[in-house]
Design a protein around this ligand. Structure first.
Ligand SMILES: NC(=O)c1ccc[n+]([C@@H]2O[C@H](COP(=O)([O-])OP(=O)(O)OC[C@H]3O[C@@H](n4cnc5c(N)ncnc54)[C@H](OP(=O)(O)O)[C@@H]3O)[C@@H](O)[C@H]2O)c1
Length: 341
């Protein structure tokens, strides 16, 4: 049986993404599972993979992007006993999820409770686990504290706002004007970073307990300076550098290390979902399962601006790089199956 996937034969702009037809389905080996993918997020991180600038990523073209997915178990490899055909599962794949079928190791799959909508469930995997772990495992924020979230109208940003609201946090979120209604609707105070000095705004409130910054460079420094005594900067990306706006990743890492050593009463940490999963795979499973629980209980509802098809992956990437997305985009795959669930 043939199936479709999106591949790139060279790193580059959105136009390198093309849909191809594979003649036969891949077969799972021992301890592996074939998954029929239902939904995959389209994220800023995927655009970095596509450009060949995702730090630490060693794969070379031809390859498919796709950092996360939700699908149903389609075929079990030898020795797989904990999963059943037809069961819904999720995974942080890092690459490869823009496809109708893929092979995954049995032990990397996390069961998705039945009844969850795959498009909402997949939103939990990269963006919400990132937000959840930064809040609970890294900054360890306490109920009622005050935080600063950059990129508050984006995929991780909106997840931060929703999860922060569950902790009754006072949240300031930087975003361009077009995303202010969304930021406000999620209970945060927007700061128009293009026209306002976020540092002055935050200092005028007495500083924050934690700042979450994936912009990089000078922004990290200003976020660090917006902390109260005892506060934590969680740095987790280099958006400006990825967009070709300058910056030096090695220098940023050095600054973070230095700020920790200096006796300034504040902390600075770099968070990476992949590094934390490698160090503590159980946390990833626990946290994703906790998020599925919150979704089941209706306590969170991801801001999904657009649902697009696999064939629209290039358009989705272009929109993300134009910062034209409020919240997030999810690619809906195997649509017919989706309708039945
Ligand atoms: N370390 C990890 O494990 C990890 C995990 C997931 C994501 N990330 C990183 O997190 C970042 C965000 O990812 P995402 O998926 O949320 O991306 P996204 O959905 O594209 O959101 C990024 C948002 O940042 C806003 N923005 C751009 N420049 C800004 C600035 N200078 N100040 C404040 N906001 C700015 C953009 O819109 P406006 O400019 O219109 O406001 C956009 O809404 C990326 O750098 C990604 O690589 C890291």
């Amino acid at each position: 049986m043939s199936y479709k996937k999106v591949i790139l034969n060279e790193f580059g702009g959105p136009e390198v993404l093309q849909v191809v037809e594979e003649a036969t389905l891949p077969a799972p080996g021992a301890s592996e599972v074939r998954v029929k993918v239902l939904a995959a997020s389209a994220t800023f991180t995927d655009t970095m993979v596509r450009k060949g600038i995702y730090y630490g990523f060693k794969e070379t073209p031809p390859l498919s992007p796709g950092y996360d997915m939700v699908g149903v178990v389609d075929k079990l490899g030898a020795g797989v006993t904990d999963l059943e055909v037809g069961q819904m599962v999720a995974d942080l794949t890092v690459w490869g999820a823009y496809t109708e079928y893929m092979i995954r190791p049995e032990d990397s799959l996390v069961p998705v409770p039945s009844g969850l909508e795959p498009v909402e469930a997949v939103s939990m995997v990269l963006s919400y686990v990132t937000a959840y772990q930064m809040l609970h495992r890294i900054a360890k924020v306490q109920r009622g504290q005050k935080i600063l979230v950059h990129g508050a109208g984006g995929a991780v940003g909106t997840a931060m706002l929703e999860l922060g609201k569950l902790l009754d946090l006072e949240i300031y979120g930087t975003a361009s004007k077009s995303k202010h209604e969304l930021v406000k609707s999620l209970g945060a105070t927007p700061i128009d970073y293009r026209n306002e000095d976020f540092l002055a705004r935050i200092q005028a409130t007495g500083g924050v307990d934690a700042a979450f910054d994936a912009i990089g460079g000078e922004n990290f420094k200003r976020s660090f300076n917006s902390l109260k005594k005892g506060g934590t900067l969680v740095a987790y990306g280099f958006y400006d550098q990825a967009m070709g706006r300058g910056g030096n990743v090695a220098m940023d890492y050095m600054s973070i290390a230095l700020w920790n050593i200096l006796p300034n009463g504040r902390k600075a940490v770099f968070y990476s979902i992949g590094a934390l999963r490698k160090k503590n795979p159980e946390w990833f499973k626990e946290d994703l399962t906790a998020l599925f629980g919150l979704l089941t209980e209706g306590k969170i509802k991801p801001s999904i601006e657009r649902r697009m098809k696999l064939e629209d992956a290039a358009q989705a990437h272009a929109l993300i790089e134009q910062a034209a997305v409020k919240g997030r985009i999810v690619l809906v795959i195997n649509e017919k199956l989706l309708l039945k669930i």
